[in-house]
Design a protein. Structure first.
Lengths: 397, 131, 397, 131
């Protein structure tokens, strides 16, 4: 049995998305900017894809900008709001400590250019409140950017409340919805979102394509200069096969969302119930305000990479916020921002499941993890010291 | 692949894992904050030859593999040879490590030296580890 | 018969590229940054693709950066050299008047930031000389960026000579090789190129993927901030299927280059010989220093868009630099930069053919164009005036 | 698709193309630099009704289609009605034009007005075109 439980990293393409994409590569290879019929048929496909994306986000097609992925969309949204703010002398941004690097590194770039950023604490449960956002608002706040759902621990923020606040204060609101899109309902109208990023490969669409939703009236700056594609806001020959593949995947995900959500939530609960029995373990992030398919545990006394490799050996693909998986010395900034000490943050495991997974697979995971954790603990001098009381436990039980 | 077959072999089937109650020397290096701790135990006979060695490691795949490889490389060797074990030798024996994992081999080298250090200290001999 | 003669706009994917890409989507869907075997198998594919691109450019794999296309690569190359130059107080750039918009618009952005740009005249034949570049060099020249081959008229610049000059003067040299790559031999070592952009969809690879080649030692700035992909220089989950598809297409194009070049050149000559018989027409760009497959003609007295639409009606897909095809009021900046007056620049036709075209198709084009030109001229009041001598001819014959 | 079926029909099968040697009014608008020139010829009977109309156009698809449509819309109409032809009416009759092509319909309106203007001028009547 091989269990792919790393859907938050990337997903396998759906058959529908794949078929749509292949059909486009074979039959609609024209450049949508070309006047001849090969080009104009491609242009028609582009229009259709834009309409589909808009429909399921409750947006207008003219508010959809195709990008090469979530990172690019994040960069463009933030740089655009910053440029607009700067023109009015506003150089303050509100965000959180546990955003994706596509957001954080863009914010850091802006800090070097004189912007000030307030990074809201996300607490032990990985949630912020609209009140905390409101308290951080200043006269010169140019942008509030808060992710819809976190990629490592899966917590979902109160986006509609934050949206309402931003609208009231007339501050542009961007949300990185890369983990949320296709998995939980998103309504940019109801949520009062001004800009939103998503990436197709997180919902069984192709890689290398995403959307920046930007509400009418938002002024965008280009991340990529050149031709007049995407109404002059994103240059480069349109990646039509990927775009139509994304639209097909998004439609499929949204149409089946309720059904999938129910199924995936059950798988997630199976995992949580099984894994929380492991002594000295903890589930990261709020128990209920979370994505249907994302689970993140810490096991004291072990290091995440070893756990991953041994799980892989048992046919389970998972991920970790361990330092060793990223090549840096610090464990993931997400885990640290929850207030988890370095010592235990290294021992994290993320399992992210989707509609292609089965209860049998969850059983396999639940049966495999405890033994591996025990094996690694037995090899670990840290565990030895914890047992002997020479070291203090961070976790309960 | 991230790791060579050798690394994977030593990670999946680590040699000389465990504690040693009656060790002649014990060394512990690294720290939990950084995510790597290695503890090495050596048994030394009266001819200063390492007759047995064990390790416990908290760390990533390459940390475990480096520990395992290091124990194999010093087992049965005279102390004077063991203290010459370099991290490069461990890396080579493992058919290489990714650049950002080289520190694991350094830890292995340091763990051996710390154990030998401890052995000399216990014997009351001036350690010759740092040359 | 349907003749696709717009290969400079975009190409149909090769079967090889398509198969490679589909195989990757189905079997190597993992994230190359993931530690488990699904991810590591993807990582291996990524390494292989990088090696292939490097091999056929005569570069080192560590000098290959995957981007989402030619435009992004152009942006990043130019912004990087500008940033490096600025640190040394160098804010002068040399380019040409007929670069692609991905280059020109990036240069214009830099001009707003205080850079000075010398745009070399490309003359009536669409060629510059290394001497002209040398004459433009200043103490504070931070970058020389000159396209390998022009996208509208197909002329090829003396890149090796310019490369040698740049190396001698120690000025970074970037070339937009989007039209050249896969069609004519490129050797970054021999040509002494420091940075180069290419885009897969111009050589039967997938859309939405390209390469920025940057010689060891070139310092890159990020266009997209975020994760540590591409050695920290280009964030975003790698678009692996497109990347391996590009590598497959590039290998195929390079391996078959000699054979294809011969075939395509013959097709091109068939077109030129046929079309230059049309009275008051002219071939744009140097007769010999040109891409194997690109032909650009002007026919006096007509407007390009009408010509394209009527050609399309006859099953011929072509393009034009007419103002009407771009939505602007001016005809293509490329044609104007050749010194062609607006009045005739509107009447241009670009035919770009490739190895999938046939002599029969060329015959169909050569047979169709004259009649359509005549029809449109008969409808044109301009032609009437030219005939009567009320208007002066710009073109001969 | 860039153009509506109506536009494509009028572009591919333009009505009333050609010169008119004995026109009562001729109007030419646009210029070659901008890529559009329309020339319109009208034949007017003694009841000020446009009995025939012809055009020659240098321009893009929508320029040709707009000219063709405009000629159809004024043919058989009294001059007083023809001069009321608006570019919006041409656009509507064509089932729309892309935003950046609307100027073509404006040219068609202007060409009609120029031809009528010329007719009045030739007749020595003060043109009523500009209201
Ligand atoms: C010369 C040249 N440079 C850059 C580009 C941009 O490439 P892409 O559309 O793949 O971003 C193109 C083609 O569109 C081109 O022909
Ligand atoms: C929350 C979040 N934001 C942004 C990204 C970046 O998306 P992409 O890799 O498609 O650029 C990701 C995934 O990698 C993500 O999980």
């Amino acid at each position: 049995m091989y269990v792919y439980a790393d859907n938050a990293a990337t997903t396998k393409m759906s058959e529908t998305a794949m078929k749509t994409m292949i059909d486009c590569m074979e039959n609609y290879y024209g450049n949508p900017s070309s006047l001849h019929s090969v080009g104009q048929e491609a242009a028609t496909k582009l229009v259709e894809a834009r309409e589909i994306m808009a429909r399921y986000l409750h947006a207008n097609p003219s508010e959809i900008y195709f990008t090469a992925g979530g990172s690019e969309a994040d960069n463009q949204a933030i740089l655009s709001a910053a440029a607009a703010g700067e023109r009015k002398g506003k150089k303050h941004i509100i965000s959180t400590t546990f955003e994706h690097h596509a957001v954080l590194h863009t914010l850091q770039k802006l800090e070097k250019q004189g912007f000030e950023v307030t990074y809201l604490d996300v607490h032990r449960n990985g949630l912020i409140t609209a009140k905390e956002v409101a308290d951080a608002v200043r006269e010169d706040t140019a942008l509030i950017t808060i992710m819809y759902a976190n990629n490592e621990i899966g917590t979902i923020q109160p986006i509609a409340e934050i949206g309402a606040l931003c609208r009231e204060k007339k501050i542009p609101f961007h949300t990185d919805a890369v983990q949320a899109a296709g998995h939980i309902p998103i309504d940019v109208e109801a949520d009062q979102i001004d800009m939103l990023s998503l990436s197709a490969h997180k919902f069984h669409g192709p890689k290398g394509v995403g959307v920046l939703y930007a509400r009418k009236g938002m002024q965008l700056v280009n991340v990529i200069e050149g031709g007049a594609q995407e109404r002059g806001k994103r240059a480069g020959t349109e990646n039509l096969p990927a775009i139509v593949g994304m639209a097909a995947a998004f439609r499929e995900s949204c149409e089946n969302m309720e059904k999938n959500k129910e199924k995936i939530t059950a798988l997630r609960e199976q995992l949580i119930n099984g894994l929380e029995k492991i002594p000295y373990s903890v589930l990261n992030g709020d128990r209920t305000h979370r994505l249907p398919g994302t689970v993140n545990f810490i096991f004291e006394g072990i290091e995440g990479e070893s756990l991953l490799l041994l799980l892989d050996d048992k046919g389970i693909a998972a991920s970790s916020g361990s330092a060793c998986t990223s090549g840096s010395l610090d464990p993931s900034h997400v885990l640290l921002s929850l207030g988890i000490p370095h010592e235990v943050a290294h021992g994290s495991l993320r399992l992210s499941v989707g509609e292609y997974n089965t209860p049998e697979e969850m059983e396999h995971i639940v049966n495999s993890v405890p033994g591996i954790v025990e094996y690694l603990r037995n090899m670990s001098p840290v565990w030895e010291e914890l047992k002997k009381g020479e070291r203090k436990h961070f976790l309960q039980k | 692949m991230l790791y060579s077959e050798k690394v994977m072999d030593h990670f999946q089937h680590p040699r000389n894992v465990g504690k040693m109650e009656d060790a002649d020397g014990v060394g512990e290096v690294g720290n939990a904050k950084c995510g790597d701790i290695m503890k090495m135990y050596i048994k030394v006979d009266d001819k200063d030859v390492i007759t047995d060695v064990k390790f416990n490691t908290f760390g990533c795949g390459s940390a475990i593999a480096s520990s395992s490889m290091a124990t194999e490389m010093i087992k049965g060797k005279p102390i004077t040879e063991a203290i010459k074990l370099s991290n490069q030798a461990v890396v080579e024996a493992l058919d290489g490590l990714p650049a950002h994992k080289l520190h694991c081999s350094v830890l292995a080298e340091e763990a051996v030296k710390a154990a030998v250090d401890d052995y000399y200290t216990k014997k009351g001999v001036k350690p010759k580890v740092q040359e």
